[in-house]
Write a protein that binds this ligand. Structure first.
Ligand code: FAD
Length: 247
């Protein structure tokens, strides 16, 4: 999977701090410099004051200001299984590559065996991989070799059948029914910083599946470049806490 930041609110932490300070100011903040808006907050520099304020907002559960800044990500090669999980989050906007208007008639089924078009889970090749809902523990090389072969021949056959149905004149929107849930899809998604932290609460957690966990870690890495004070604070004092219902 590849995840890139397409577009995001410029100066996000100035926006967050101006929004939060607005709540406690009698003056109209839009007519004041950031330095003056941040007066009275602990810290030597404006950045230190912003860090203090953002940390206080998080520790007090004052999450509203984080809703004013938004990021748009472009994702390549997520499985449709992972897509079904992430699209459960109702405050995220999505555009999902269509299987009605895009048909995979030029993919070589032999390449699908090697990872083209369908995501291969690590448990198909790693004998030591232990999934959350797995019966038993690690397996021997012979067993994992069988897993690898069953998985590879199953996805290859599915794509062969899909392409045969297309050749028999079936519309792509119906032929796709035989494709596996691991079929890759490209997605554009937009969400605000509060929602990103909520998604991370649920999806970077130990009980989330490996694919959505890895994806969420990629989102967090990109978010830390875009909105560093907020996501450094999230990483150090919020991530993996027990109460995952808020924000
Ligand atoms: C490990 C794991 C396993 C899961 N397994 C399953 C499963 O087996 N089957 C399944 O169906 N789902 C499953 N889910 C999905 C889960 O139940 C949620 O639907 C999904 O994570 C969306 O998160 P959310 O409920 O926080 O809602 P979001 O859409 O992310 O909304 C954010 C927050 O807004 C509030 N909110 C939004 N809409 C409403 C509303 N209508 N009413 C009240 N408050 C609202 C809530 O506070 C919510 O937490 C699983 C999730 C995880 C992390």
């Amino acid at each position: 999977m590849d995840v890139q930041l397409l577009e995001a609110t410029p100066n996000p932490e100035e926006v967050i701090c101006r929004a939060a300070r607005n709540d406690y100011m009698s003056e109209y903040g839009a007519e004041q410099s950031l330095e003056s808006v941040m007066e009275g907050i602990e810290g030597e520099t404006t950045e230190e004051k912003q860090r203090t304020l953002i940390s206080n907002l998080m520790s007090h559960g004052h999450f509203g200001p984080f809703e004013h800044v938004q990021a748009t990500f472009h994702v390549k090669g997520m499985s449709r299984s992972c897509m079904a999980q992430i699209t459960r989050h109702r405050h995220v906007s999505f555009d999902v590559q269509s299987m009605r208007y895009v048909s995979f008639d030029d993919v070589d089924p032999a390449d699908v065996r090697e990872g083209e078009l369908v995501v291969t889970p690590p448990s198909a090749s790693d004998p030591d991989w232990i999934g959350r809902n797995q019966k038993g523990g690690a397996v021997d090389e012979e067993t994992v070799e069988k897993r690898r072969e069953v998985f590879a021949s199953s996805v290859e056959r599915a794509v062969e059948d899909y392409q045969e149905l297309l050749e028999l004149g079936m519309p792509p929107e119906d032929a796709r029914f035989v494709l596996p849930i691991g079929t890759k899809v490209n997605v554009v998604m937009s969400l605000n910083a509060r929602m990103l932290m909520h998604v991370a609460d649920m999806r970077a957690a130990a009980d989330a599946q490996w694919e959505i966990r890895g994806f969420t870690e990629d989102l967090l890495d990109l978010a830390a470049e875009w909105c560093p004070l907020t996501f450094e604070e999230y990483e150090s004092s919020m991530k993996n806490r027990k109460n995952r219902l808020a924000p």
